[in-house]
Design a protein around this ligand. Structure first.
Ligand SMILES: Cc1cc2nc3c(=O)[nH]c(=O)nc-3n(C[C@H](O)[C@H](O)[C@H](O)COP(=O)(O)OP(=O)(O)OC[C@H]3O[C@@H](n4cnc5c(N)ncnc54)[C@H](O)[C@@H]3O)c2cc1C
Length: 398
């Protein structure tokens, strides 16, 4: 599957491939390819390697450490890195908080936080959702009340991804309880080591620890940590969400997972014939490949038309819906391809160095867990049902 790129873009692709060949540790790519857990230290190692080359925060302005790459170059890098099974760049600092600070933060904010994202001093997490405020995000209740040059924060966040790794959290907080829902919200950066911040893990059904609850009890946060204007946080929150949803297309990961699916199909057979020759399965595979290619072109089209690396609200909602549906389909077909061997639910197979008794082919051990874990794609970053409503409202004016 290849779009037409210029000779200069093709030579850039070669540069990226050579870099990945020389610098991506084999241990990391083997774990990602096997669908295993990537530890915090693994992410940090890969971030440091990219940062040393100046490629960690590709979309940032050059003066703050960005690359100045075109949309096509960013696409090429994303696809090549994913197809080499590099760990995904953690988005919370690089693709969420960073772009908000660059657009709405003061110079002091930029000097204070952007270099710390790049050198790995800070790991950020996203404090948006609350019990009762997920799809209806503007219903958040966590309050921030001014007391001199501090805010005093009380409330609870939930589903906070990888907060157990984070030392910083960006939060939506209510600063004016009397204003209209969207108008009384502010965007606040909180140091998670401040007294009164308590993290409680939420264990998932596969035994994993990916999300958390965070409780704030009389947490004192300097007013200097407010991004932009008080009570204008909804504007910044939406800006961040368009970056998050554009990234949720996960084109590179889809291409890499599809290549893996093809490898599984090549090894499997049905009724004495190679699975690839089964007309029903071949049709599903072809449909999926067409879907991926369509999404890839659409993604490039939207991003080329948009400034700042994120598609507008409705377009990013489309990318999020299609991207998540495609990844779920790939995982579903991989499970079908392996047949009954995909059924055992082997959580331990997600750990590096797993050497349990194989129940079937080696790739089967993690298929059930990755299938079920992938159900989250259509929920996080705003559920797909709600994304459809956004499209209906903005594009169809319903
Ligand atoms: C793995 C994972 C990681 C996450 N990480 C983070 C994170 O790091 N930070 C963070 O802040 N949040 C995070 N979230 C939260 C996520 O953004 C919310 O789960 C999501 O927005 C849905 O909100 P909810 O869970 O409260 O469900 P609800 O809003 O209660 O929705 C329940 C169901 O009702 C449907 N629904 C709701 N409203 C409508 C409507 N108007 N029309 C049609 N259908 C509707 C939804 O689609 C959904 O199917 C994460 C979630 C998951 C699953």
């Amino acid at each position: 599957m290849n779009l037409d790129f210029s000779p200069a873009e093709e030579s850039f692709r070669e540069e990226v491939r050579a870099f990945l060949r020389d610098h991506l540790p084999e241990r990391l790519s083997a774990a990602v390819r096997a669908g295993q857990r990537v530890a915090k230290t693994d992410f940090e190692e890969w971030h440091a390697i990219l940062n040393a080359r100046g490629w960690l925060a590709a979309g940032w302005p050059v003066e703050w450490g960005g690359t100045g790459w075109t949309v096509a170059q960013r696409h090429i890098f994303e696809v090549e890195a994913a197809c080499a099974y590099a760990p995904h760049i953690q988005p919370f600092g690089v693709s969420m908080f960073g772009p908000v600070v660059i657009r709405y933060g003061t110079d002091a904010h930029k000097r204070r936080w952007l270099p710390r994202i790049l050198d790995g001093s800070d790991w950020w997490c996203q404090g948006y959702s609350e019990p009762g405020a997920g799809s209806d995000l503007a219903a958040i209740k966590t309050s921030a009340v001014r007391d001199g040059d501090h805010y005093v924060v009380n409330g609870q966040k939930i589903w906070t991804s990888y907060a157990q790794y984070a030392n910083m959290i960006f939060c939506l907080v209510r600063t004016d309880p009397d204003a209209r829902k969207q108008e009384g919200i502010s965007f606040l950066a909180i140091d998670m080591t401040t007294p009164g911040v308590e993290l409680r893990p939420i264990k998932l059904m596969d035994g994993d620890h990916e999300v958390n609850e965070i409780f704030f009890t009389d947490v004192r946060v300097p007013c200097a940590n407010l991004i932009g204007e008080e009570n204008s946080g909804w504007t910044y929150a939406k800006y961040l969400l368009t970056h998050e949803r554009t990234g949720a297309a996960f084109i590179g990961e889809s291409l890499a997972e599809f290549a893996n699916l093809r490898r599984i199909v090549a090894k499997e057979s049905r009724h004495g014939r190679p699975l690839s020759e089964d007309p029903g399965f071949a049709m599903r595979l072809a449909r999926l490949e067409i879907d991926i290619e369509n999404m890839r072109t659409t993604n490039l089209r939207f991003l080329s038309a948009a400034a700042g690396g994120a598609a507008p609200m409705a377009e990013s909602a489309m990318l999020k819906i299609r991207g998540s549906a495609i990844r779920q389909k790939i995982r579903s077909l991989a499970r079908r391809a392996a047949g009954p061997y995909a059924m055992p639910y082997v959580t331990a197979a997600l750990d590096h160095g797993y050497d349990g008794e194989p129940v079937g082919p080696d790739y089967a051990a993690s298929l059930a867990t990755s299938y079920f874990n992938g159900r989250k794609f259509s929920i996080y970053a705003g559920s797909n049902e709600v994304q459809r409503e956004i499209i209906a409202k903005l594009k169809l004016e319903l």
